[in-house]
Design a protein around this ligand. Structure first.
Ligand code: SF4
Length: 250
Protein backbone atom coordinates (compact mmCIF):
# COMPACT_ATOMS: atom_id res chain seq x y z
CA UNK A 1 0.00 0.00 0.00
CA UNK A 2 1.31 3.41 -0.91
CA UNK A 3 1.88 5.62 2.09
CA UNK A 4 0.11 8.44 0.28
CA UNK A 5 -2.96 6.57 -0.92
CA UNK A 6 -5.45 9.07 0.52
CA UNK A 7 -3.72 12.12 -0.90
CA UNK A 8 -3.34 10.39 -4.27
CA UNK A 9 -7.04 9.52 -4.23
CA UNK A 10 -7.91 13.12 -3.31
CA UNK A 11 -5.87 14.41 -6.22
CA UNK A 12 -7.45 11.99 -8.67
CA UNK A 13 -10.98 12.61 -7.39
CA UNK A 14 -10.47 16.38 -7.66
CA UNK A 15 -9.15 16.03 -11.19
CA UNK A 16 -11.95 13.73 -12.29
CA UNK A 17 -14.99 15.35 -10.71
CA UNK A 18 -14.93 18.87 -12.07
CA UNK A 19 -18.58 19.07 -10.99
CA UNK A 20 -19.80 17.48 -7.78
CA UNK A 21 -22.68 15.72 -9.52
CA UNK A 22 -25.15 14.49 -8.56
CA UNK A 23 -26.35 17.41 -6.40
CA UNK A 24 -23.62 19.81 -7.50
CA UNK A 25 -25.63 22.84 -6.43
CA UNK A 26 -26.02 21.56 -2.88
CA UNK A 27 -22.37 20.55 -2.56
CA UNK A 28 -21.22 23.92 -3.94
CA UNK A 29 -23.20 25.65 -1.23
CA UNK A 30 -21.82 23.33 1.44
CA UNK A 31 -18.16 23.86 0.51
CA UNK A 32 -18.52 27.60 -0.12
CA UNK A 33 -16.39 29.79 2.17
CA UNK A 34 -17.87 32.91 3.79
CA UNK A 35 -21.49 31.85 3.72
CA UNK A 36 -24.24 34.32 4.52
CA UNK A 37 -26.30 33.69 7.65
CA UNK A 38 -29.13 32.16 5.68
CA UNK A 39 -26.70 29.90 3.77
CA UNK A 40 -25.18 28.76 7.07
CA UNK A 41 -28.67 28.06 8.35
CA UNK A 42 -29.55 26.05 5.24
CA UNK A 43 -26.41 23.94 5.52
CA UNK A 44 -26.83 23.38 9.27
CA UNK A 45 -30.41 22.18 8.96
CA UNK A 46 -29.36 20.13 5.92
CA UNK A 47 -26.85 18.18 8.04
CA UNK A 48 -29.73 17.06 10.25
CA UNK A 49 -32.36 16.55 7.56
CA UNK A 50 -30.06 14.39 5.40
CA UNK A 51 -29.77 11.70 8.08
CA UNK A 52 -31.20 8.44 6.67
CA UNK A 53 -32.51 9.97 3.48
CA UNK A 54 -31.47 11.45 0.15
CA UNK A 55 -30.94 14.98 -1.08
CA UNK A 56 -34.18 15.11 -3.04
CA UNK A 57 -36.19 14.59 0.14
CA UNK A 58 -34.03 17.06 2.03
CA UNK A 59 -34.55 19.69 -0.64
CA UNK A 60 -38.32 19.15 -0.47
CA UNK A 61 -38.26 19.69 3.30
CA UNK A 62 -36.09 22.80 2.90
CA UNK A 63 -38.47 24.11 0.23
CA UNK A 64 -41.36 23.66 2.70
CA UNK A 65 -39.50 25.58 5.37
CA UNK A 66 -38.68 28.33 2.90
CA UNK A 67 -42.30 28.58 1.73
CA UNK A 68 -43.50 28.80 5.33
CA UNK A 69 -40.86 31.48 5.97
CA UNK A 70 -39.19 29.34 8.63
CA UNK A 71 -35.74 30.21 7.53
CA UNK A 72 -33.77 31.13 10.61
CA UNK A 73 -32.85 29.43 13.86
CA UNK A 74 -35.03 31.93 15.72
CA UNK A 75 -38.06 30.88 13.68
CA UNK A 76 -37.28 27.19 14.22
CA UNK A 77 -37.22 27.88 17.95
CA UNK A 78 -40.54 29.70 17.86
CA UNK A 79 -42.55 27.44 15.58
CA UNK A 80 -44.89 24.92 17.12
CA UNK A 81 -43.34 21.44 17.14
CA UNK A 82 -46.25 19.79 15.30
CA UNK A 83 -46.10 22.41 12.55
CA UNK A 84 -42.34 21.90 12.23
CA UNK A 85 -42.87 18.15 11.95
CA UNK A 86 -45.31 18.73 9.07
CA UNK A 87 -42.82 20.92 7.23
CA UNK A 88 -39.91 18.51 7.50
CA UNK A 89 -42.01 15.42 6.80
CA UNK A 90 -40.55 14.88 3.29
CA UNK A 91 -37.13 14.19 4.88
CA UNK A 92 -38.54 11.21 6.85
CA UNK A 93 -38.14 10.49 10.59
CA UNK A 94 -39.83 13.84 10.95
CA UNK A 95 -40.78 13.65 14.62
CA UNK A 96 -37.14 13.07 15.59
CA UNK A 97 -35.77 15.51 13.03
CA UNK A 98 -38.09 18.30 14.21
CA UNK A 99 -36.75 17.80 17.74
CA UNK A 100 -33.17 17.68 16.50
CA UNK A 101 -33.69 20.97 14.62
CA UNK A 102 -35.06 22.58 17.78
CA UNK A 103 -32.05 21.37 19.72
CA UNK A 104 -29.59 22.51 17.04
CA UNK A 105 -31.18 25.94 16.70
CA UNK A 106 -30.92 26.41 20.46
CA UNK A 107 -27.16 25.94 20.35
CA UNK A 108 -26.80 28.25 17.33
CA UNK A 109 -28.87 30.92 19.07
CA UNK A 110 -26.91 30.55 22.32
CA UNK A 111 -23.73 31.34 20.42
CA UNK A 112 -25.17 34.01 18.11
CA UNK A 113 -24.30 36.83 20.53
CA UNK A 114 -20.90 35.51 21.46
CA UNK A 115 -17.49 35.83 19.86
CA UNK A 116 -16.76 32.10 19.96
CA UNK A 117 -18.44 29.21 18.17
CA UNK A 118 -19.98 26.00 19.49
CA UNK A 119 -17.36 23.34 20.09
CA UNK A 120 -17.59 19.75 18.88
CA UNK A 121 -18.62 18.77 22.41
CA UNK A 122 -21.41 21.36 22.40
CA UNK A 123 -22.69 19.99 19.11
CA UNK A 124 -22.44 16.38 20.25
CA UNK A 125 -24.52 17.30 23.29
CA UNK A 126 -27.42 18.24 20.98
CA UNK A 127 -30.14 15.68 20.43
CA UNK A 128 -29.58 13.74 17.21
CA UNK A 129 -26.11 15.12 16.49
CA UNK A 130 -23.52 12.37 16.10
CA UNK A 131 -19.86 12.66 15.17
CA UNK A 132 -20.34 12.87 11.41
CA UNK A 133 -23.04 15.54 11.72
CA UNK A 134 -21.05 17.52 14.30
CA UNK A 135 -17.94 17.47 12.13
CA UNK A 136 -19.98 18.38 9.03
CA UNK A 137 -21.30 21.43 10.91
CA UNK A 138 -17.79 22.38 12.03
CA UNK A 139 -16.46 22.16 8.47
CA UNK A 140 -19.34 23.40 6.34
CA UNK A 141 -20.83 26.01 8.72
CA UNK A 142 -17.82 27.20 10.74
CA UNK A 143 -14.96 26.51 8.32
CA UNK A 144 -13.05 24.42 10.87
CA UNK A 145 -10.45 21.97 9.54
CA UNK A 146 -11.89 18.65 10.76
CA UNK A 147 -11.92 15.45 8.70
CA UNK A 148 -15.43 14.01 8.29
CA UNK A 149 -15.92 10.26 8.42
CA UNK A 150 -19.09 8.66 7.11
CA UNK A 151 -20.24 5.35 5.72
CA UNK A 152 -19.01 6.35 2.28
CA UNK A 153 -15.56 7.06 3.75
CA UNK A 154 -15.41 3.70 5.50
CA UNK A 155 -16.48 1.79 2.39
CA UNK A 156 -14.11 3.74 0.15
CA UNK A 157 -11.13 3.31 2.50
CA UNK A 158 -11.81 -0.41 2.95
CA UNK A 159 -11.61 -0.87 -0.81
CA UNK A 160 -8.81 1.61 -1.43
CA UNK A 161 -6.56 0.09 1.25
CA UNK A 162 -7.82 -3.45 0.73
CA UNK A 163 -8.66 -3.81 4.41
CA UNK A 164 -12.03 -4.45 6.03
CA UNK A 165 -10.77 -2.89 9.25
CA UNK A 166 -12.00 0.49 7.97
CA UNK A 167 -15.58 -0.70 8.24
CA UNK A 168 -15.31 -0.86 12.03
CA UNK A 169 -12.29 1.29 12.85
CA UNK A 170 -12.72 4.00 15.49
CA UNK A 171 -14.01 7.22 13.95
CA UNK A 172 -11.11 9.26 15.38
CA UNK A 173 -8.51 6.83 14.02
CA UNK A 174 -9.82 7.30 10.49
CA UNK A 175 -9.80 11.07 11.07
CA UNK A 176 -6.16 10.78 12.06
CA UNK A 177 -5.30 8.92 8.85
CA UNK A 178 -6.95 11.64 6.78
CA UNK A 179 -5.20 14.30 8.84
CA UNK A 180 -1.82 12.72 8.20
CA UNK A 181 -2.20 12.89 4.43
CA UNK A 182 -4.32 15.91 3.57
CA UNK A 183 -3.61 19.55 4.16
CA UNK A 184 -5.21 20.79 7.40
CA UNK A 185 -7.68 23.07 5.72
CA UNK A 186 -11.47 23.14 5.99
CA UNK A 187 -11.89 23.45 2.21
CA UNK A 188 -9.74 20.37 1.61
CA UNK A 189 -11.57 18.30 4.24
CA UNK A 190 -14.97 19.52 3.08
CA UNK A 191 -14.20 18.85 -0.57
CA UNK A 192 -12.65 15.46 0.20
CA UNK A 193 -15.79 14.34 2.02
CA UNK A 194 -17.99 15.62 -0.84
CA UNK A 195 -15.81 13.84 -3.42
CA UNK A 196 -15.91 10.55 -1.54
CA UNK A 197 -19.72 10.72 -1.38
CA UNK A 198 -19.97 11.67 -5.06
CA UNK A 199 -17.61 8.82 -6.01
CA UNK A 200 -19.64 6.44 -3.86
CA UNK A 201 -22.73 7.39 -5.81
CA UNK A 202 -21.19 7.43 -9.27
CA UNK A 203 -18.79 4.50 -9.41
CA UNK A 204 -17.80 3.06 -6.04
CA UNK A 205 -21.32 1.98 -5.14
CA UNK A 206 -22.11 -0.22 -2.19
CA UNK A 207 -23.43 -3.24 -4.05
CA UNK A 208 -21.77 -2.97 -7.40
CA UNK A 209 -18.55 -0.95 -7.63
CA UNK A 210 -17.73 -0.15 -11.26
CA UNK A 211 -14.00 -0.93 -11.03
CA UNK A 212 -13.50 -1.45 -14.76
CA UNK A 213 -14.67 2.11 -15.40
CA UNK A 214 -12.92 3.65 -12.41
CA UNK A 215 -10.02 6.12 -12.77
CA UNK A 216 -8.72 4.92 -9.39
CA UNK A 217 -8.35 1.29 -10.39
CA UNK A 218 -4.55 1.48 -10.64
CA UNK A 219 -4.28 2.79 -7.05
CA UNK A 220 -7.12 0.93 -5.40
CA UNK A 221 -6.30 -2.40 -3.74
CA UNK A 222 -9.78 -3.75 -4.31
CA UNK A 223 -9.93 -2.53 -7.91
CA UNK A 224 -6.54 -4.11 -8.71
CA UNK A 225 -6.88 -7.38 -6.86
CA UNK A 226 -10.42 -8.49 -6.17
CA UNK A 227 -10.58 -10.83 -9.18
CA UNK A 228 -7.49 -12.84 -8.22
CA UNK A 229 -7.27 -12.43 -4.46
CA UNK A 230 -10.06 -14.11 -2.43
CA UNK A 231 -9.13 -12.14 0.72
CA UNK A 232 -9.59 -8.86 -1.11
CA UNK A 233 -12.79 -10.14 -2.75
CA UNK A 234 -14.14 -10.76 0.78
CA UNK A 235 -14.18 -7.00 1.37
CA UNK A 236 -17.19 -6.67 -0.89
CA UNK A 237 -19.08 -9.34 1.06
CA UNK A 238 -18.36 -7.49 4.31
CA UNK A 239 -19.44 -4.19 2.77
CA UNK A 240 -22.75 -5.62 1.61
CA UNK A 241 -23.31 -7.15 5.04
CA UNK A 242 -22.37 -3.97 6.91
CA UNK A 243 -25.32 -2.19 8.55
CA UNK A 244 -26.86 0.77 6.76
CA UNK A 245 -25.56 4.13 7.89
CA UNK A 246 -27.59 5.76 10.63
CA UNK A 247 -26.68 9.07 9.11
CA UNK A 248 -27.70 9.09 5.49
CA UNK A 249 -27.94 7.47 2.11
CA UNK A 250 -27.93 10.61 0.02
S1 SF4 B 1 -11.49 0.74 -8.37
FE1 SF4 B 1 -13.49 -0.05 -7.74
S2 SF4 B 1 -13.36 -0.26 -5.52
FE2 SF4 B 1 -11.67 1.03 -6.15
S3 SF4 B 1 -12.42 3.11 -5.95
FE3 SF4 B 1 -12.83 2.49 -8.04
S4 SF4 B 1 -14.90 1.65 -8.05
FE4 SF4 B 1 -14.20 1.77 -5.92
Amino acid sequence: MSKKLISEAYEQLTRHYTRLDPHAETWNLWIKANKSLSETYEVAIGTVLVQNTNWRNVNNAIANLRRANIFSFKKIQKINLKKLEELVKPAGFYTQKALYLKSLSKIFLTYSNRDDLPSRQDLLACKGIGKETADSILVYCFQKPVPIVGTYTRRFFARLHGDVIYLRMKYEDIQQEINKELETNFEVFGRFHALVVVHGQNLCQKNDPKCTQCFLSEYCMYGKNHLNNPKIAQIQIKIVQSPKSKRNTR
